[in-house]
Design a protein around this ligand. Structure first.
Ligand code: FES
Ligand code: FES
Length: 167
């Protein structure tokens, strides 16, 4: 059986991000985080720790949250990637974004894109989460400012708004 290696030099990839196909030429060692930020200008996804401990780089990959700093871009070919830039609904904020603003779900804001992306994924799976489910669903996102009570309030408020919109 022929083995099909790609790299170590740059290889062409097509990444499906926020509903659009993007062509990039990158080395297989590059993370999704570096490609989003440095090749595509999608800088809403933040680099905090760079080693899977803070959640600032959270994106949604095929419906599940993933740390972009621990994910190779080459692994993402053929998968649906959603970043913070794809969360708003056209010109309207997503209810999660609106709730974070209304309920002060941030202080410095550095962790906020990751928090919002995780909350959107959580509510997609669990539209009416209990407080324990919110805490568990958001556990992969660290906030160095300690805005946790307001973050939890924001997620709960977003769930209520989304339930009203559904109803
Ligand atoms: S930057 Fe990816 S988990 Fe911290
Ligand atoms: S708002 Fe500052 S790190 Fe969370």
């Amino acid at each position: 059986m022929a083995l099909n290696f790609r790299g170590p030099d740059a290889v062409p990839l097509t990444l499906q991000i926020n509903g659009e196909a993007h062509q990039v030429l990158v080395e297989p060692r590059r993370t999704l985080l570096s490609v989003l930020r440095e090749e595509l200008g999608l800088t809403g996804t933040k680099r905090g720790c760079g080693q899977g401990q803070c959640g600032a780089c959270t994106v949604i990959l095929d419906g599940e949250t993933a740390y972009a700093c621990l994910t190779l871009a080459i692994e993402c070919e053929g998968r649906e990637i959603v970043t913070i830039e794809g969360i708003a609904q056209g010109d309207a904020l997503h209810p999660v974004q609106a709730a974070f603003i209304q309920h002060d779900g941030y202080q410095c804001g550095f962790c906020t894109p990751g928090q919002v992306v995780s909350a959107v994924a959580l509510l997609a799976h669990t539209p009416q989460p209990s407080e324990a489910e919110i805490r568990a669903g958001m556990a992969g996102n660290i906030c160095r400012c300690g805005a946790y009570p307001a973050i939890i309030r924001s997620v709960r408020a977003a769930a209520e708004t989304m339930a009203e919109q559904e109803g």
